[in-house]
Design a protein around this ligand. Structure first.
Ligand SMILES: Cc1cc2nc3c(=O)[nH]c(=O)nc-3n(C[C@H](O)[C@H](O)[C@H](O)COP(=O)(O)OP(=O)(O)OC[C@H]3O[C@@H](n4cnc5c(N)ncnc54)[C@H](O)[C@@H]3O)c2cc1C
Length: 509
């Protein structure tokens, strides 16, 4: 792919981005006789694998066909969170009167400025993932080009042949192409193109009510587009805790997003500059007229052109490369990490998997993917963050649980912040204080879930959490308060009677 590929517009920020992550004047090095590790794909999984292995003294080659940094830096987490940050001002402004500010009428969003800010910040962050850092500072041989296996110990990049002791597939995933008649002809945005917009689509249809669709639908609505969110289920974010998803869905309705649930999209048509989405909902047909369509539903693993069959690496076009719990593919010398092989498609999951691969591939490690506790967060307003089991997954696995809930309307700092929407919900193994999972809905739930994750990983029970001093007033206090709730359940009538007698005796003595 040429350096610029889908990177647009060609402004100073994107020039800086490309100069970092796919310098147009880059010349691939002469390959070493043999590498400890050849890493294919330089998204999070590939970069972490390559940097970690090189840091331990391995001879590493890293191959990237487009932009170092992969989806996360270029067309995923980083640009989306920059845009979401701007869109959050809308939420703040909506609370202005409550917070004692009179905002003059006629406040406008400068969409072009929002997107320029995003491009500027992304270009700055891209330094960490730059070709120059990986080649010069980390002494990794960086090859720009499409990789393919030519034999069980050799990867080809153009004319260059890279021989390896071990290889790692980190080729990620891309937006799924939906089989909706007329969609391809009418044209639709995906995460690969939406961050190139410089003009706001006045009317935007977003297909997909999962994390990516929801984050972007709310951000665009708050930046001034009139958004219609189409989802084929009865509720958005339907894989999340139902109470949590309900809060976010209500927020979407309040924001004015037109939610079309249980939607069956029949076809898409073009009428001049307009795009028409014909949809059936509950047996009735509806026509949605928009300026742009954004597809945010489903991910397809990047497997094409790798010649995996040649080296006995089994894969599935939907679920990706087949790996065992140690992230080894069906070829013992080839491992995989990240979106190309994992159902949990998150940057931090790709990062954690990469660390497992380094140990298992290079040092005879036996670390297992299933041993990881992987939280996730959806950055809507409010955010939903989750770790471990939910009510649904606990029931599916036959795990009996007790559940403790603390609502932010009872947490002093949340009241002061006017951020009372949401809750902390923690599940423990029945009759114990062992945390098996939890969901947080809050303005900054993604920041709070780390404490719950730490408690799970370190096997810190709810009882102990109650004794951890949290600064007052913070929203994180809700977690300690959950610990208090648990402790109170241990006060059986017998124990309460005993305490009563003891206190009466102390009064007399
Ligand atoms: C809009 C959006 C928002 C997101 N927000 C978040 C978030 O907030 N938090 C979070 O944790 N996750 C988020 N994600 C998910 C996150 O971006 C991915 O989980 C992460 O990027 C996966 O990393 P990876 O290394 O597995 O794959 P990728 O980042 O996809 O990298 C794979 C790389 O391999 C390259 N490649 C593919 N085939 C070849 C080949 N044959 N030869 C050479 N190179 C090849 C590709 O060009 C690409 O650069 C978001 C995703 C999207 C789309």
């Amino acid at each position: 792919m040429p350096a610029f590929g889908t990177v647009s517009p060609r402004d100073e920020h994107n020039l800086a981005l490309v100069a970092h992550v796919h310098p147009p004047d880059w010349t691939n090095p002469t390959p070493a006789p043999r590498y400890n590790l050849v890493v294919i794909g330089a998204g999070t999984a590939g970069l972490v694998t390559a940097a970690g292995a090189a840091g331990l003294g391995a001879r590493v080659a890293l191959v990237e066909r487009h932009l170092l940094g992969g989806d996360c830096l270029n067309v995923g987490c980083v640009p989306s969170k920059c845009v979401i940050r701007s869109s959050r001002l809308h939420g703040e402004l909506a609370k202005a009167a409550e917070l004692g500010f009179r905002i003059p009428a006629g406040i406008e969003v400068d969409f072009a400025a929002v997107m320029e800010r995003m491009r500027r910040l992304r270009a700055g962050i891209s330094r960490h993932d730059s070709v120059s850092r990986f080649s010069k500072e980390l002494a990794i041989d960086v090859f720009l080009g499409q990789a393919r296996f030519v034999s069980s110990d050799t990867v080809a990049v153009g004319e260059a042949k890279l021989r390896f002791a071990r290889a790692v597939l980190c080729t990620g995933a891309r937006a799924a192409e939906l089989e909706i008649p007329g969609l391809a002809e009418a044209g639709a945005l995906s995460n690969e193109t939406v961050f190139s917009l410089v003009e706001r689509p006045e009317r935007l249809a977003v297909i997909g009510g999962g994390p990516i669709g929801c984050e972007l639908a709310q951000a665009f609505q708050r930046l001034g587009s009139r958004v219609t969110l189409l989802h084929d289920r009865g509720h958005i974010l339907d894989r999340e805790d139902a109470d949590a998803a309900e809060i976010v869905q209500s927020a979407f309705v309040r924001d004015g997003i037109d939610l079309v649930l249980d939607a069956r999209i029949e076809r898409v048509e073009r009428r001049g500059r307009e795009k028409i989405v014909r949809v059936v909902v509950g047996g009735a047909s509806r026509e949605i007229v928009v300026d742009e369509i954004l597809v945010g539903a489903g991910r397809t693993p990047n497997l094409e052109g790798l010649d995996l069959e040649r080296v006995g690496v089994e894969s599935d076009p939907r679920t990706g490369v087949r790996v065992d719990d140690r992230l080894r593919t069906t070829n013992r010398r080839i491992y995989a990490a990240g979106d190309v092989c994992m159902p949990t498609k998150f940057t931090h999951a790709a990062d954690a998997a990469a660390r497992i691969v380094i140990q298992n591939a290079l040092f005879f490690g036996r670390r297992k993917l299933s041993s990881l506790v992987i939280p996730w967060s959806t950055y809507t307003a409010p955010e939903i963050a989750h770790v471990g089991l939910s009510n649904r997954t606990a029931a599916e696995r036959g795990v009996e649980i007790d559940t403790f809930v603390r609502r932010f309307e009872d947490v002093d700092r949340a009241i002061a912040d006017a951020e009372t929407e949401g809750f902390v919900k923690v599940h423990v193994a029945k009759g114990t204080d062992r945390i098996v999972g939890g969901t947080i809905v809050a303005a900054h739930a993604g920041e709070l879930i780390g404490e719950l994750t730490l408690a799970m990983v370190s096997q810190i029970g709810l009882s102990k959490l109650a004794s951890v001093i949290h600064p007052y007033p913070t929203q994180a206090e809700a977690l300690r308060q959950i610990g208090d709730l648990y402790n109170r359940t241990r006060l059986t009538p017998g124990v309460k009677r005993l305490f009563g007698r003891l206190l009466a005796w102390r009064r007399r003595s």
